[in-house]
Design a protein around this ligand. Structure first.
Ligand code: GLN
Length: 309
C-alpha cells in the first residue's frame, strides 16, 4: 500500500520552486525523490534516491538544540530562547522587537537557532560544529561533512541572518561574536545527510534517544520531549499548526527539501513501534516545506493512522 502512495506522489505534477535564495541550491534536479522508514528492530523501507545526499538546512536546528540542551541543561537554554511558535516565516526578524526584548521565540526559527548555535560546546566555530557532527555520527553510524559550496554560497548572501545575529547580540542573546555564531549556524545547515540517516535520527527521537544495539538513552527524556514538542508546534514554520492538525507527527523540514519525522507508535507494512521517517524532494512551497514530501506524509499519516491526536 505504501507503494501506491509513492506512485501517487511521483506522478503528481511538480509545483513550488527550488530554494534559489541559496544560490547553490538552485542547481538541484527537481525530479529527485527519496523516502526512508526505519523501525526499532532495524527493519527498513526505502524508496527512490535513498543514498542521495542533501544539506540539512533547518533540520539541523533540532540537532543543535539537543546538543546545546544536553551540554548546558535545558533551563539555561530556555533563558536564551523560548518555546513559543511565531506564525511568521523562519527568517523573520519582526518578533525580536516585541515581547521580551530581543529574545528569540523558539529554536526552530533562524533567530532561535543562531542563538543556540552560539551556545554549543567548544571554544571556536570548528569545535561547536564538531559537537553536532559527533552526535549525528553516533546516530547514523558514519561521519558527516559540510558541503562547502552550499556553505560559502549561503555565507556570502546571509544578509538577513547576519541582521538577525546582530540584533540578538545587541540584546545579549548571543555568546561570542556575530560572525562565529553565523558561521556555526550556516555550517550546521550545510551538513550533508541522506534519507536513511535522517530516518535513523527520527527513530532516535521517537525512542527518546535510544541508539541501535545499546540499551541506554543518549539524551534525557526532557530533551527528547522538548525537541518533539518544538517540532510539532514550530517545525514546519508558519504551516506548523496546519500540519499538526492534518498530519499530527512531530516533523522538521529544511529548505533543501528534506523532512524528518518521529513516530512514537506506528504500524506501517512490516514496521512496528518506534519509527523514524525521512522524505526528500527539493521543490518547496512558499513557506519553505517540500511540496511532494508533505503530500507523501499526509497520505502516509492518513493511511496508517499516524497522527498522535
Ligand atoms: N540555512 C537556511 C537559512 O538560514 C535554513 C532555512 C531553512 O531551512 N528554513 O535561511
Amino acid at each position: 500500500m505504501i507503494h501506491s502512495i509513492i506512485e501517487n506522489v511521483k506522478i503528481t505534477p511538480h509545483s513550488g520552486h527550488l530554494a534559489s535564495y541559496i544560490p547553490a541550491l538552485a542547481n538541484q534536479s527537481k525530479d529527485l525523490f527519496a523516502a526512508c522508514l526505519v523501525d526499532e528492530r532495524g527493519e527498513i523501507l526505502s524508496f527512490g534516491d535513498a543514498n542521495y545526499s542533501f544539506t540539512l538546512q533547518s533540520i539541523s536546528k533540532v540537532m543543535s538544540f539537543i546538543v546545546a540542551a544536553e551540554h548546558l541543561g535545558l533551563e539555561k537554554i530556555l533563558e536564551k530562547v523560548d518555546v513559543e511558535p511565531t506564525g511568521d516565516p523562519f527568517n523573520s526578524i519582526v518578533r525580536l522587537e516585541v515581547a521580551e526584548k530581543g529574545k528569540p521565540f523558539n529554536p526552530m526559527i533562524n533567530a532561535g537557532a543562531i542563538t543556540v548555535a552560539s551556545l554549543l560546546p567548544g571554544d571556536d566555530v570548528e569545535a561547536r560544529v564538531n559537537s553536532v557532527k559527533q552526535y549525528l555520527a553516533q546516530i547514523t553510524g558514519h561521519e558527516h561533512t559540510v558541503n562547502e559550496e552550499v556553505y560559502r554560497s549561503e555565507l556570502e548572501t546571509a544578509y538577513r541572518n547576519r541582521a538577525i545575529a546582530n540584533y540578538l547580540k545587541a540584546n545579549d542573546y548571543l555568546e561570542g561574536t556575530v560572525e562565529e555564531a553565523l558561521e556555526t549556524y550556516l555550517q550546521l545547515c550545510s551538513l550533508e545527510v541522506n534519507t536513511e540517516d535522517l530516518a535513523k535520527f527520527g527513530l532516535f527521537l521517537a525512542s527518546d534517544g535510544l541508539i541501535a544495539g545499546e540499551n541506554k538513552n543518549l539524551i534525557t527524556h526532557k530533551t527528547a520531549q522538548f525537541s518533539k514538542a518544538l517540532m510539532m508546534t514550530c517545525g514546519l514554520y508558519n504551516a506548523s499548526g496546519k500540519y499538526a492538525a492534518t498530519i499530527g507527527i512531530p516533523m522538521k523540514s529544511g529548505v533543501s527539501g528534506g523532512v524528518l519525522c518521529a513516530v512514537r507508535n506506528g504500524e506501517i507494512e512490516h514496521l512496528r513501534g518506534y519509527i523514524g521517517i525521512a522524505v526528500f524532494s527539493p521543490m518547496i512551497d512558499e513557506i519553505g516545506n517540500s511540496v511532494k514530501g508533505m503530500i507523501f506524509l499526509k497520505q502516509l499519516s492518513d493511511q496508517y493512522h499516524l497522527s498522535v491526536f
